[in-house]
Each structure stands twice: as structure tokens, then as C-alpha cells.
Design a binder for this molecule. Structure first.
Ligand SMILES: [Zn+2]
Length: 287
């Protein structure tokens, strides 16, 4: 299997979840072995590096979203849904230009990014794709949250969440990144938040762009969005969407099984640190 980039550039516009600002995102082709990298086009002073490779070791904040930043302190946040779409569409190399510090939240799912990639077209390159093959179990655990990577022939993602909320409760889901499963099982699933937490976040200057158009919002009993859910178990499926995106910061697709229990962006980054700290746990091979 060979590497892929996009055929031509394509753009989308939308609001930043935290800044509330209008942001344009443009995907552009990139050469083989370049990987995925962000460019902040709004930073044009020549002394500041505006390139941020989408890499696990540049993740500097995971509290509200996954945020990557370079040595000059230039960063991009809320990258996880876009990274998930890139992984789901098998894009190995691309430049993502942004005129702000956040990927636009769009509808809170990966679908608008998949559409942007489809508009740009997928271009097959010549060199073979590298994958990170898991050779033994690696796990991290913290405050009752767990993530484990283990050997498997395919890339499979399995997750479980437990929320003390009548609309969520305990949910589990499993998918394999084969045969269009990403599109079928994962891409449309939206992020979610609780109305009372949103009020607090807005009061401290975050979540300025949050609305019923870009998240499933829950009050203490019900789902506030008039359209309801897009699919059954949308909550856990979105957690897997996040995990697929966060794990793609490994720099190549992971061939192995992901198991997440109450896991979020922080644990998804911790597992990559644990994986790359153990040279016996993986090998990089041609797909
Ligand atoms: Zn998410």
C-alpha cells in the first residue's frame, strides 16, 4: 500500500469552539514522508516559526481539546476531529493552513473534514505507507481511566464510557478501520457537553463558539438539541472518533488494537508517550 496526499487544495470555514472567531482551514498536497503539518498563516513575522507538525511529542495541552505547539510557542488547538478524518480517509501527507489558533469546530463531528478531503481529491503517491505495528501490550492508567494498545492484524478501536446521566450511562463500541467503517460508524458522531459546564467555560472566556450547531448539549436530564442524536451510542462513538484522531499523532497509522475506558485526550497522548518509550513495544514496517 502506498502513501496518499490530496490532489489539490480545498477549504472550509467555520467558528473556533473556544475563541468564537471565524477561521478558514485549507488542505494542500504535501510530498511523500512529509506527514501531517499545520501552518498558521496569520503569523507572518519572519522570526517566528509558523509550522507545527501534527506529532504526539508536540502536544502541550489536552484539557479542553488536543493542542499542539512548536518551539516558538505557536500552536493549533481542537485538531482531533480533523486528524480523525485524515486517518479515516487514509491521508498520509498534507499541509493544513489555518488563519487562527484553532481548527474550526464545524458541526462537532469529522464529517465536514471528510467532505473537504473528498473535495480536494485523494492522490496516490509512489512510496509505501509506513505503519506502527504494536508488538506487545502497553497500557496507561490514571484516576480510573485506562488506555491499552495491543497487537492485532488490523487497526481496531474499542471504547467504553460511564456517565452518571440518564441519556448516556454506560456505553461501549468497537470498530475496525477497514471497508468504510470510519464513514459508517464514526465520522458523523458529534462531540458533547453539559449545559452547566458550558456556562462556566463561557464565563472564563472558553467555549465562546459553542452552540447546539456544533455539539450535543445535555442538561441534567435530556438532550437539548431538537434533532436529537444522529445515531445510537453517538457519545461513545465520538470518543472513538477522538481516539482515532489523537492516535494519528503517532506520525503513522497504528496497526494494533486500542482499548479505552473513560479515556480522553490526555490518556490518548499518555499512551503514545508510553508506547514510544518502549522500543520493544513496536516496529515501523511497510503497510
Ligand atoms: Zn471530540
Amino acid at each position: 500500500m502506498t502513501q496518499n496526499t490530496v490532489k489539490q487544495q480545498a477549504s472550509i470555514q467555520g467558528v473556533g469552539l473556544h475563541s468564537g472567531k471565524q477561521i478558514t482551514l485549507t488542505i494542500k498536497p504535501a510530498p511523500e514522508n512529509c506527514g501531517i503539518a499545520f501552518v498558521r498563516t496569520d503569523i507572518d513575522d519572519l522570526k517566528t516559526d509558523n509550522l507545527i507538525p501534527a506529532r504526539w511529542d508536540l502536544v502541550s495541552d489536552t484539557r479542553m481539546c488536543t493542542y499542539v505547539s512548536n518551539a516558538d510557542g505557536v500552536g493549533v488547538g481542537t485538531i482531533e476531529h480533523l486528524m480523525s478524518a485524515l486517518r479515516g480517509c487514509n491521508i498520509d501527507n498534507a499541509i493544513l493552513e489555518l488563519d487562527g489558533a484553532e481548527v474550526p469546530i464545524m458541526d462537532g463531528s469529522a464529517l465536514p473534514f471528510v467532505e473537504m478531503i473528498k473535495n480536494a481529491g485523494i492522490e496516490q503517491q509512489e512510496q509505501s505507507r509506513k505503519v506502527i505495528r504494536i508488538l506487545k501490550d502497553v497500557s496507561v492508567e490514571k484516576d480510573g481511566k485506562r488506555v491499552k494498545l495491543s497487537p492485532a492484524d488490523t487497526a481496531s478501536f474499542c471504547g467504553e464510557i460511564e456517565f452518571d446521566h440518564p441519556q448516556i450511562g454506560k456505553q461501549a463500541f468497537e470498530t475496525t478501520l477497514l471497508n468504510g467503517n470510519f464513514m459508517h460508524d464514526i465520522a458523523e458522531c458529534r462531540t458533547f457537553g453539559f449545559y452547566h459546564e458550558g456556562e462556566y467555560l463561557r464565563s472564563i472566556g472558553l467555549a465562546q463558539g459553542a452552540s447546539l450547531d456544533n455539539a450535543i448539549v445535555l442538561d441534567r436530564e435530556k438532550i437539548m438539541n431538537p434533532e436529537g442524536l444522529r445515531c445510537e451510542r453517538e457519545f461513545i462513538r465520538h470518543k472513538l472518533l477522538d481516539a482515532i484522531g489523537d492516535l494519528y499523532l503517532a506520525g503513522a497509522p497504528i496497526q494494533g488494537r486500542y482499548d479505552g475506558f473513560k479515556a480522553g485526550h490526555e490518556m490518548n497522548n499518555e499512551i503514545l508517550h508510553a508506547l514510544f518509550a518502549d522500543k520493544d513495544a513496536y516496529e515501523i514496517v511497510d503497510a
